[in-house]
Design a protein around this ligand. Structure first.
Ligand SMILES: O=C(O)c1cc(=O)[nH]c(=O)n1[C@@H]1O[C@H](COP(=O)(O)O)[C@@H](O)[C@H]1O
Length: 223
């Protein structure tokens, strides 16, 4: 399986379609998130899906169990390959999300956003370092029957050791020399894969490049 999912973060349907076409032959799939979904909704997702790549629908659902279950149910016709929920939503929410999603969809729990560091966690009342919180939430996701988690490349090795058949999504991935922007826990594509990532999520280093296809190929060549 090709391991790079390209994060297509734009509200512009035409631009999203053109990026999906550009990366079609080298990407494992495309990730559509809140920016795209808020602007284009399920119809927009279907349009991008028709280009032929697996869709990772990154809506990071986080609400009471009933609301998340109903949202996951409403998304069923889209049959995404991957769907995200926030692991911090708790066990009942995670169990209901998994039960409501299509059987083939990998439901993965976001642990600690890669844009956060230990200081950010402290400011929201979480003591300890990101690695400890990732470990705690990955265990909760496993016990709740999810397929895997989203974490940074710095934590994926330990997460995989504790959950050998889990599915591990690693964003916050930057090729050498690429700007980190709002990401705080960052690794290179090679490091992420070597540490046990199942798939890598990479956005701006590809989508902001003059030639996104070339940027993707260059990154893929380092794996
Ligand atoms: O769930 C995600 O995909 C996600 C989780 C996380 O902890 N950090 C994170 O950056 N992401 C997503 O991964 C993508 C990263 O984009 P770039 O920083 O442009 O590579 C964005 O679409 C984020 O929404």
């Amino acid at each position: 399986m090709k391991s790079i999912f390209v994060a297509i973060d734009t509200p512009d349907l035409e631009r999203a379609a053109s990026l999906a076409r550009a990366v079609r032959s080298s990407a494992g799939g495309v990730k559509l998130g809140l920016e795209f979904f808020c602007a284009n909704g399920p119809a927009g997702v279907q349009e991008i899906a028709s280009i032929g790549l697996p869709i990772f629908l990154d809506l990071k659902l986080h609400d009471i169990p009933n609301t998340v279950a109903k949202a996951a149910q409403a998304l069923r016709p889209l049959e995404p390959a991957v769907l995200t929920v926030h692991a911090a939503g708790g066990r009942a929410m995670l169990e209901e999300a998994k039960a409501a999603a299509p059987e083939k969809t990998k439901v993965v729990g976001v642990t600690v956003l890669t844009s956060l560091d230990g200081g950010d966690l402290k400011s929201i009342g979480v003591s300890g370092q990101p690695a400890e919180q990732v470990e705690r939430l990955a265990e909760l996701a496993r016990l709740s029957g999810l397929d895997g988690v989203v974490c940074s490349g710095a934590e994926v090795k330990a997460a995989k050791a504790a959950w050998p058949n889990g599915f591990f999504v690693v964003p916050g991935v930057r090729p050498m020399g690429s700007g980190v922007a709002d990401q705080k826990r960052v690794v290179t594509p090679r490091e992420a894969l070597d540490s046990g990532a199942s798939i890598l999520v990479i956005g701006r280093p590809i989508t902001a490049a003059e030639d996104p296809e070339e940027a993707l190929r260059t990154i893929a060549a380092t794996l």
